[in-house]
Write a protein that binds this ligand. Sequence first.
Ligand code: PGA
Ligand code: ZN
Length: 417
Amino acid sequence: MPTITSIRGLEILDSRGRPTVKAYLELADGVTAAASVPSGASTGKSEAHELRDGGKRYHGYGCQNAVRSINDTINLSISGHSIENQLVLDNYLLDLDGTANKSQLGANSILAVSLAFSRAMSVYQQQPLYHYFSYLLKQRLQYMPRPTINLFSGGKHAGAQIPIQDLLIVPMQSSTSEVLECAYAVYQAAIKLCQQQYQMRALTADEGGLAPPFKSITEMFEVAVQSIENSGYRPGYDVKLAVDVASSHFYQDHRYYVTSDGVSGAQMTQLLTEWVTQYPIISLEDGLAEEDWTHWTMLQQAIGSECLVLGDDLLCTNPGRIRKAIDQNSANALLLKVNQIGTVSEAIDALMLARNAGWKVTISARSGETEDDWLADLAVGWQADYIKIGSITQSERLSKYNRLLEIERELQLKIKN
Ligand code: PGA
Ligand code: ZN
């Protein structure tokens, strides 16, 4: 590895028009690489700290301090050194920050540098980024990840017109190109149905999902199933469903406000179990709140054999929380978002813990994204079972889908069944 000559940060804007961080890393032999980081809206309490400026500018969302972390602290301490691998760099960044949740330098600046280093290494080694990521895990590339694609949104990603955050379709075809063709057909059928039933234009939520004013959660499921049928595909065979309930965001004083009076944890578990019985749901994310460990275990016992019990806010890609969930049998799948933990190496620890416990892994984008496409390389390189990018509208989502198409053409691999 040649000497790193400079590391620079830039404040850019994400898909919500809010600032985020891009890092540029330059090597002595002239290689330069850059990477930008996403940002969540429906965040878990245990996520690494995203450094924001506060104050009036961008309603407090400014990232000038995070950029300063890169230009000053990180650049001054690392430039001029030759860093031999990803783990050495990431440990160096952790030491420089010195806090448990990266609040000194900011997880946004740390991750931007960690990812820019990954890209610089792949350019330096003249290999695609997915190969670099697979090499970190000594992972053979055998299949493509299966996309789970947002159809309808509510909660914090839309106007909270329904409490459920995302209803996703999971097309079951064996190639990314067929999956996207199917997703387009279902999405168009859903637009038509929503125009008829709600007289609405195709208004979209943060991740490009449609956000009609459903009268109930049941209605959302029924319209999804009907859209699949109207598109000529068979619900439960050609297209299955996934749900991100994101229930931490309507949980208060031990009650889940799926209705105005709210329900108890046991009743919520029962309701989730009924959904899985009634609809072709293969993945249920954050069905319960991030601190409601008891009911997570009950849910895993009830539906874990037929459906992914997927932890996002529950786990926050945090090895400590994943270990606890394995010990308590609280879930059977990890939603991996690299910026929840803040370095590539720590995300590997999270992934390996989940894998060794026999869990499935979904690698996910955030609701605030940039046009950077590293997520597709990461999901292939780390052989994720599923990838969650959002809907098939909006360029910050399509950059990743289009990158998956490129990788699929290069590797000639199928999606795992
Ligand atoms: P976020 O949501 O990126 O807004 O946190 C995505 C999710 O909950 O999966
Ligand atoms: Zn989620």
